[in-house]
Design a protein around this ligand. Structure first.
Ligand code: T4K
Length: 598
């Protein structure tokens, strides 16, 4: 007998509103004495909400529910059991499904709370391998630990009739779950020749991209586009752009938002509005748009090294770069992880410098409980198609400074302050109505995009944990993060294979991992010619540009794909030195593989 399950994601709000709207549908269709409404209510208490842990990190919750209750919850995953199995030992089945699911996601521990009076549940969970580890009020805390290479459970979990007794459970440890057929299971690779780069079949027929755009509700977007076409108002501060700006400002708790055609122009305009000139201190470990936005206006970007832990500009190294020509600091919240904002504020204040941030990666992220967008004189977001939240092309400048906001607004519209009156030098940085339509639609799905990124990140992290020389960068669980980048650092000394070779292996499998931001802005023109020795002062940047790899994520990537990518990485690392020596393709080929998609 095969028990199928599906994995779905929804926010708590969605569940509760769904529960409310389904009120009349809770009458059980099969003859049963179980009141499903009551059952569902209980499920949202502690009893079937499992906490999933990887080592000592809480990576999420798994909620198990009956399919015909049609409700979803949780922020990692839900396991839905088809109604056909209700009444067939479903309670034990659901525990088994949950454990199997966890095993596939490489959790090391699952915890739950259960009422000490619920003797049936206690018996069920202990038979399934949970142990009482403490108590919390009226509830007992139970934990299930996994061990072994694949997070193998200690017990065999099968339908109720087959559940082991406490006495015999140890004897059947390590058995697989005969009645479960997960929808996905990584294919175990046996030989290096199975790798596509060595002649095998690629793991994926379609390419997996790092920057596949998230698209919200298509029908809502198309309705908005129809409306704007009917209105025949396509750009120049149209109603959708105004609404979009207001939504962004409200979301961030910031006074002003000026929507712009892209973040590069937004950076240029902001630097100009802040009257930056001479030299501006900026990290080299960023996308090339950051220094280009300065150089475009004859401002010299002075490259500062980064903190190897945060990948962000190192405040301890900023001060030594300040000269009489320095007018500002341009920090970048790389991967959405905030810079050391306070330290940078302090330097800027003491040395009389302007401070602005390139927050291209950091929409929806917070620093000490306050949303990014509220720091420095101004911050700039990118809403490019490859960002988790996009407006096709687009960006925004946000600031709490009234005067600066007015100036930036004028500057993005040629400097016009009235029909025939121009008060500033300006450019055309306006966002179009169709971009704002996309943005408004995307905002409505923002929670879902973030939940998916977070789930993907947790699965990658679990799938790559304990791999020598592989480290998935972390996000502060106490802050808001968008989890849009899954960044892995590869330490060749431990993996036996270089980051570049690993990227080549993945590309051959159609996994288009990226080497952001190789080789570092200081190694690109015009900066390489201007500052040929800059690298001497940027050891951490140079080290990072040879270690970092970005993996595919977003709503276009599912758990089966992620598990397969992890499997590929694990396999490559397990055979690091041998694989490395067999890769004879010239480096040039990697350059070709990494070419921009046009
Ligand atoms: N500051 C920072 C720190 C930035 O990272 C960026 C942009 C900026 C400023 C400037 O922001 P904007 O002016 O762009 O608003 C991508 C993006 O083009 C770029 O916006 C982004 N940073 C950078 C980190 O990544 P590439 O060279 O990786 O793009 P590309 O075309 O290779 O796309 C990446 C992947 O996404 C590919 O595998 C293809 C896929 N893709 C791409 C597009 C455009 C799709 O599947 N669909 C698409 O529509 O730079």
């Amino acid at each position: 007998m095969t028990l199928k399950y599906t994995v779905q994601i929804a926010s708590k709000e969605q569940i509760y509103s769904h529960l409310k709207s389904c009120d009349g549908d809770f009458t059980p269709r099969l003859s049963s004495r179980v009141d499903l409404r009551d059952y569902a209510a209980k499920m949202f208490e502690k009893s079937v909400s499992f906490e999933a842990w990887q080592d000592n990190v809480l990576v999420g919750m798994i909620n198990v529910y009956l399919d015909d209750v049609s409700c979803q919850t949780g922020f990692i995953t839900n396991v839905s059991i088809l109604k056909a199995y209700r009444g067939q030992g479903v309670a034990s089945n659901l525990v088994a499904v949950c454990l199997e699911h966890s095993r596939n996601l490489s959790f090391t521990r699952i915890k739950l709370e259960v009422s000490r009076e619920n003797s049936t549940a206690l018996r069920l969970y202990s038979r399934a391998g949970f142990e009482v580890i403490g108590q919390s009020g009226e509830n007992l805390l139970m934990e299930h630990t996994f061990f072994g290479q694949n997070g193998q459970s200690r017990y065999n979990h099968s339908s109720r009739s087959e559940l082991p007794s406490e006495e015999t459970s140890g004897a059947i440890a390590q058995k697989t779950l005969p009645f479960l057929t997960p929808q996905w299971k990584p294919k175990a690779m046996q030989s290096l020749d199975e790798l596509a780069i060595l002649g095998g079949t690629p793991a994926f027929t379609d390419k997996l991209h790092v920057g596949r755009p998230n698209i919200g509700e298509r029908a809502v977007l198309l309705a908005r586009i129809n409306d704007l076409l009917d209105r025949r108002w396509l750009t120049n501060n149209g109603p959708l752009v105004q609404k979009f700006e207001q939504h962004i400002a409200d979301f961030l708790g910031v006074k002003h938002c000026v929507a712009v055609c892209n973040a590069t122009v937004a950076l240029e305009v902001t630097a100009r509005a802040l009257e930056l000139h001479g030299e501006v201190i900026v990290p080299s470990f960023t996308f090339i748009a950051t220094p280009h936005a300065l150089q475009w206006q004859q401002i010299t970007p002075v490259f500062c090294d980064v903190d190897p832990d945060t990948h962000n500009i190192d405040p301890a190294k900023v001060e030594a770069l300040i000269t009489p020509r320095t007018t500002g600091i341009l920090g970048v919240h790389v991967w959405g992880r905030p810079c050391a904002i306070e330290a940078l504020h302090e330097i800027a204040r003491r040395r009389g410098l302007k401070l602005m941030f390139d927050a291209a990666h950091a929409f929806g992220c917070s620093y000490r409980g306050r949303m990014i967008g509220n720091f420095g004189q101004a911050e700039v977001f990118s809403f490019h198609a490859t960002k988790f939240f996009n407006t096709f092309e687009g960006g925004a400048v946000v600031t709490n400074d009234d005067e600066l906001a007015t100036k930036i607004r004028l500057m993005t519209n040629f400097g016009f302050n009235d029909y025939d009156s121009v008060s500033h030098i300006g450019t055309n940085g306006k966002m179009t109505e169709i971009s704002a339509a996309m943005g408004l639609t995307g905002l409505e799905s923002l929670d879902e995009f973030i939940a998916t990124n977070r789930r993907n990140y947790a699965v990658y992290r679990g799938g790559l944990q304990d791999l020598p020389g592989i480290q998935c960068i972390g996000y502060d669980e106490n802050e808001c993060s968008n989890y849009q980048y899954v960044i892995v650092e590869v330490d060749q000394a431990l993996t036996g294979i270089s980051r570049d070779d690993l990227v080549r292996v993945l590309h051959a499998e159609n996994v288009l991992a990226r080497r952001y931001f190789y080789p570092g802005c200081h190694q690109m023109e015009p900066y390489r010619s201007q500052f040929p020795h800059a690298g001497l002062h940027l050891p951490e940047t140079e080290r990072l540009t040879h270690r970092v790899m970005s993996l595919p994520t977003g709503t276009a990537v599912g758990l089966p794909e992620i598990n397969r990518v992890c499997e590929l990485v694990r396999f490559a690392i397990a055979h690091g030195p041998e694989l490395s020596s067999r890769l004879t393709l010239p480096q040039l080929e990697l350059g070709l593989l990494c070419q921009r998609q046009t």
